[in-house]
Design a binder for this molecule. Structure first.
Ligand SMILES: [Zn+2]
Length: 319
């Protein structure tokens, strides 16, 4: 793989040809129409990685299976509220994370001492996305917020693409530390073995570029883009958008190449960094899923149980 094609896979996001998101969009469309085969396909597609994610947080296999099943049921019942501009995989992980949290607190109430949630568990929205009804009163605000987040995601994507094209992956890593992990300049500098000033410089230049992209969009659209410059310093918002949109996350194909040892530098190093230093829980779940030997999958189809338990909700959604 040459660098150019590798660069197109690392942290790439929607809108490209052959993008897995297109498959997701197609499946979701069919599921919304009540197509049971599409629902089964979606379960088959995501079951492995969701199970790998739950396995890292829950102790016994039955609890893992139940929680993954609950997440799928949660998804299908919340389908009317699902915003398709958000990546499906992230949405499923968010629901699963919530269900894992529920399972952990159930266990706690049962008087057991659990392993507890990992540190990263509070880093995402903890509200149950599958349980959220949207009363009409807050729907308008919700729409404004979504527009702002889409715009923010757009300019962040441009920034990351630009840094990637220039092979400034070290800068992307600094930004992952600051924005994905929410570290302070000093902490990020220490962990990267850089000095604090250079980290601050990377951040400063990034904010400047984001402002420039925002101005470009404003000029091009001719209208007031729904994002204030001050939003750019709202680091909590940037962090949330960065995580939810998986801006620097790895494609399954990239993780596959990485596991096969055929990913070249600097992408190999970038992948290792994202998995082992940033410890992105979603990419790690994908890696673990890809790492699971096919032979260990039981002969009976475990996804059939999930399908049977959730398909009833489908017809109610599809009507
Ligand atoms: Zn990731």
């Amino acid at each position: 793989m040459d660098e150019k094609s590798a660069s197109a896979t690392v942290g790439d996001r929607p809108g490209r040809e052959g993008d897995p998101d297109d498959v997701d969009r197609f499946l979701v469309g069919e599921i919304r129409r009540g197509d049971q085969r599409a629902w089964k396909q979606l379960i088959d597609r995501y079951h492995g990685r969701l199970t790998a994610f739950a396995r890292g947080r829950l102790r016994d296999a039955a609890e893992v299976d139940d929680t993954v099943q609950e997440a799928f049921v949660g998804f299908v019942t919340s389908l009317p509220h699902y915003d398709e501009s958000r990546p499906l995989e992230t949405y499923l992980f968010t629901i699963l994370r919530y269900k894992v949290g529920e399972a952990l607190s159930r266990r706690k109430r049962g008087g057991e001492i659990g392993r507890g949630a990992r540190d990263d568990d509070d880093a995402m929205d903890v509200a149950d996305p599958s349980g959220s009804e949207t009363p009409s009163g807050i729907a308008a605000n919700e729409e404004v917020r979504r527009r702002q987040e889409r715009l923010l995601a757009d300019i962040l994507r441009r920034l990351i693409a630009e840094l990637r094209e220039r092979e400034k992956l070290e800068d992307v890593q600094v930004l992952e530390m600051l924005f994905f992990l929410g570290l302070r300049n000093k902490e990020a500098a220490d962990r990267l073995g850089r000095d604090e000033k250079s980290v601050a410089g990377v951040k400063f230049r990034a904010i400047q570029r984001l402002q420039a992209f925002l101005d470009e969009i404003r000029a091009a659209s001719g209208s007031e883009a729904a994002l204030d410059h001050s939003e750019l310093s709202g680091e909590a918002t940037i962090a949330r958008v960065w995580r939810e949109r998986r801006l620097t996350c790895l494609k399954r194909s990239t993780l596959g190449s990485y596991l096969l040892g055929v990913l070249e530098e600097p992408w190999e190093g970038f992948t290792r960094f994202h998995l082992d230093v940033v410890e992105c829980p979603m990419c790690r779940a994908n890696r673990d899923d890809l790492n699971t030997p096919t032979a260990s999958v039981p002969a009976s189809d475990p996804n059939e149980r999930i399908f049977q338990s959730s398909v009833g909700f489908l017809s109610r959604t599809g009507g």
